[in-house]
Design a protein around this ligand. Structure first.
Ligand code: PEP
Length: 250
């Protein structure tokens, strides 16, 4: 059976003091949790704090983005080796906010995915459709295209060492959650598409759901056969909510 993974995406939130309180609560409640992995993805400046606070616990940490370049004249960018220096396990790539606000193309996301893996990080590859795309009945086309960019560049086997997060754009930070049935249908599509190329990679692939997951809806979402945990934005900033979500996955 696949292990579930819940990852928090703090987005551009936090302060040293706020993080300290949140991490203290998470460690007290989640260190040693059986049955589900737990990770938090913080803004770059706080990775050192995560390393200091979470080393020696079962909680992992990661970044919300990473450069596709190894080093050089890329002002403002952060490389995979820098993330490794701070003990990161994960790097989110292709979050819809990166795609829509910062113009990251499928090809750029694929390069970031490969750079992360080459450095020994586990990419959390975000895919998902906008509301207009869902209403236009092209959800599978869009998600398929986003996956193909990575499969064509990295090979389908690369997905066996990655996490995919299905995040319908219309559900992120909006309070509108996909129904368990809607989410399961897309998760099954993703797993089926990959199974058509490599069954072992598909069977082992952790596919998270993201989009307004909260304590009140987590258990039902996570009980779907192809939903292997969640990528959690807003609710990952509230200790009690995030703890309950992680426990619902375990
Ligand atoms: C996210 O940031 O990836 C996310 C899913 O946000 P939220 O849980 O707030 O919808």
């Amino acid at each position: 059976m696949r292990r579930k993974l819940v990852a928090g995406n703090w987005k551009m939130h936090g302060s040293l003091a706020e993080n300290q309180a949140l991490l203290g609560a998470l460690k007290a409640a989640l260190n040693g949790l059986q049955g589900a992995g737990v990770a938090v993805c913080a803004p770059f400046p706080y990775l050192a704090q995560l390393q200091a606070e979470l080393s020696g616990t079962t909680l992992a940490w990661g970044a919300q983005n990473v450069s596709e370049h190894a080093k050089g004249a890329f002002t403002g960018e952060v490389s995979t080796s820098m993330l490794k220096d701070f003990g990161c396990t994960y790097a989110i790539v292709g979050h819809s906010e990166r795609r829509s606000l910062y113009g990251e193309s499928d090809e750029t996301v694929a390069k970031k995915f490969m750079a992360a893996q080459a450095a020994g990080l586990i990419p959390i590859l975000c895919v998902g459709e906008t509301l207009a795309e869902r209403e236009g009945n092209i959800t599978e086309q869009v998600v398929g295209r986003q996956l193909d960019a990575v499969i064509n560049a990295a090979g389908v086997e690369a997905l066996a060492k990655a996490v995919v997060a299905y995040e319908p754009v219309w559900a992120i930070g909006t309070g509108k959650t996909a129904t368990p049935g809607q989410a399961q249908a897309v998760h099954a599509f993703i797993r089926g598409k990959i199974a058509g190329l490599n069954k072992a990679a598909a069977d082992g692939l952790v596919i998270q759901y993201g989009g307004s997951v909260k304590a009140a809806n987590a258990a039902e979402l996570f009980s779907q056969p192809d939903i292997d945990g969640g990528l959690i934005g807003g609710a990952s900033l509230i200790a009690d909510e995030f703890i309950a979500i992680c426990k619902a996955a375990a």
